[in-house]
Design a protein around this ligand. Sequence first.
Ligand code: DC
Length: 222
Amino acid sequence: MTAQQIAIDGPAAAGKSTSAKLVAKALGYLYIDTGAMYRAIALAALRAGIAFDDADSLTDLARRTDIRLESAGDTYKVFVNGEDVSEQIRRPEVGNAASPISAIEGVRQILVDKQRQMASSRPVVMDGRDIGTVVLPQAQCKVFLTAKPRIRAERRALELSQRGLAADIDEIEADIIERDHRDSNRAHSPLRQAEDAHLLDSSAMDIDQVVATIMQWAEAEQ
Ligand code: DC
């Protein structure tokens, strides 16, 4: 039997969402990008001018904000209160805002509840930082996907330039290192490898090798 819940955690730009989407497609599972949900709240907070350390207002915002993840074929879209924000949430400033906002316990509780609800009715591949440790601790297949910071920066720069956005590799690398540090050292659900997660360092692997490795693990788990 193939694992019914596959959790892929790891630092920024390690290739989690690309590989998670491909694994979900191959298995016919639902793909849930939890980082997109934190980014959606960050975008709403930037628009509303809420300070990133205003825990009460941000928790209230998370409670009031309707986030929907939709997939159609190979396209994945994110809606905030009915508006398609799929492109906007990928901007670097939204990613940078998502990091301090995701450290707020109230925001996490609300999004974790939504994530568990989404995973309750169908087999899923879910990616994030705390999926194997907090959101789906019972997931049969857990992967901690990482790569060297410079390599992650190069991959992210390529992705940004392909979308026509400016990309300075040194700046992206510095952002990635800062974000990893913040995500790994926060009090609530810090980024860490679950004890029963497979460690996968993709520094010297291409995406097909990453997907094939995850598929082997998923197919071997009960
Ligand atoms: O994976 P990403 O870059 O889209 O994530 C955006 C931010 O959200 C990142 O700083 C970490 C945070 N995040 C989190 O705290 N927990 C998750 N399950 C997913 C993302």
